[in-house]
Design a protein around this ligand. Structure first.
Ligand SMILES: *Cc1c(COP(=O)(O)O)cnc(C)c1O
Length: 407
């Protein structure tokens, strides 16, 4: 039987204090104890169902974490105030001064900046490699490497990580595989392919309404305990706590994620196929022309589609800007960063979310200046959306084959 993350989430039932179908939202920073001895005990070890202080854990955040833990088939999870909070505390749990990280070169700009600019100040250095070149990945791992880091589907180039192969390389090298699964929740289950830790920005598809910022980490019980340890855990001590009102609203949205994913995926496949048929340079992992389409087909949980992310290469920066301005005017969607919203969002990552990456590294990784990244929305009439995009392409004078083919 294939793993079915949506059924796992569906079977997570919580009965509220009064039998409420949506349990009461924790409105407390601190919790009473019936005896001083019980409090002392909790400082020594975690006690199931017992709470101390909301920076550590709180019931509402626990509910969301439990649902995400089931979705990712992990043993334990912790929710955070942002995806970056999840990523930075995970890396600080795994690495100390003198340690190294090996990371894919096509990666979210904030993660790149963390690895390139901030962590070296604390003695943690990173080698960026082409994750499709497994020999290069193997060669970059040294005895000091603590983490092999990748995105399941990379941002913004939509390269598919060969998770079982990368997990094997990491484990052979005595290191751990950390996977950012933000682009493919439910579609891919990295822990089931050998990853040790999964991180998400819940801000994107999981929440789906672009109304808050949040993140999570899913892993073994042991890792989450280390992450959240009262005396030394980066999550406890750096303190990126998710507000419980937000945790409650994200949990409600998580329960419709599978339905949204199908619509995002169907719309993206329709638009990508249509644009490709017209001769435009599009990348979408659901297209048979995508270099890792076959690999992704082997790794995905069936039934959720190929995701909502697509790129279109317009050939140059000015053409991209003309096209995006027209598409916003014609109500294709919004010119905005981020993704996973019910409306279509588009940006040129080279000039926005990946601008932290220097131009020569962007070019080497294939992140060209005319590249537009789309997060395709839940449009009911996608045929009309296609017609609008076509009209905008003509008016913006973006010609078929404008972008270069390749990854
Ligand atoms: C947005 C994003 C992040 C950062 O998440 P925040 O919630 O904005 O902190 C990390 N990784 C990927 C792939 C993202 O798209």
């Amino acid at each position: 039987m294939a793993f079915n993350p949506a059924s796992r989430v569906q079977d997570y039932l919580v009965f509220g204090e009064f039998g409420d179908v949506n349990p009461s939202i924790t409105d407390s920073s601190t919790y009473t104890f019936l005896s001083p001895e019980r409090m002392e005990e909790l400082f020594e070890h975690e006690i199931e169902g017992c709470f101390l202080y909301s920076r550590h854990f709180n019931p509402t955040n626990k509910y969301l974490a439990s649902a995400l833990e089931r979705m990712e088939d992990g043993e334990a999870a912790q929710v955070m105030a942002s995806g970056m909070g999840a990523i930075s505390t995970t890396l600080m749990t795994l690495c100390g001064a003198g340690d190294e990280i090996v990371c894919g070169r096509s990666i979210y700009g904030g993660t790149y900046a963390l690895l390139k600019n901030l962590l070296p100040r604390f003695g943690v250095t990173t080698r960026f490699v082409d994750l499709c070149n497994h020999d290069a990945v193997r060669a970059a791992i040294t005895p000091r490497t603590r983490v092999l880091y990748c995105e399941s589907l990379s941002n913004p180039l939509l390269e598919v990580s060969d998770l079982p192969a990368l997990a094997a390389i990491a484990h052979d090298g005595g290191t751990r595989l950390v996977v950012d699964n933000t682009f493919t929740p439910m579609i891919l289950s990295p822990l089931r392919h050998g990853a040790d830790v999964v991180v998400h920005s819940l801000t994107k598809f999981v929440n789906g309404t672009s109304d808050c910022v949040a993140g999570c980490v899913v892993s073994s019980r042991e890792f989450i305990a280390q992450l959240n340890d009262i005396n030394a855990g980066p999550s406890m001590l750096l303190g990126p706590v998710l507000d419980s009102t937000r945790a409650a609203s994200i949990l409600k949205n998580l329960h419709s994620l599978h339905i949204r994913l199908r619509q995002h995926g169907a719309n993206a496949l329709y638009l990508a196929s249509g644009l490709q048929a017209l001769g435009y340079t599009v990348h979408y992992p659901g297209l048979p022309s995508h270099p890792q389409h076959g690999l992704l087909a082997r790794l995905i949980n069936p039934g959720y589609g190929w995701g909502g992310m697509m790129t279109l290469d317009t050939g140059n920066h000015n053409a991209a800007n003309r096209l995006m301005t027209l598409m916003q005017r014609e109500k294709v969607g919004y010119l905005a960063v981020s993704l996973g919203y019910f409306k279509t969002l588009f940006t040129t990552p080279g000039h926005s979310t990946s601008s932290e990456i220097p131009p020569e590294e962007r070019e080497a990784a294939g992140l060209r200046e005319g590249l537009i990244r789309f997060s395709i929305g839940l449009d009911e009439d996608v045929v009309q959306t296609m017609e609008r995009i076509e009209r905008c392409l003509v008016e913006a004078e973006v010609r078929p084959n404008a972008g270069r083919a390749g990854n």
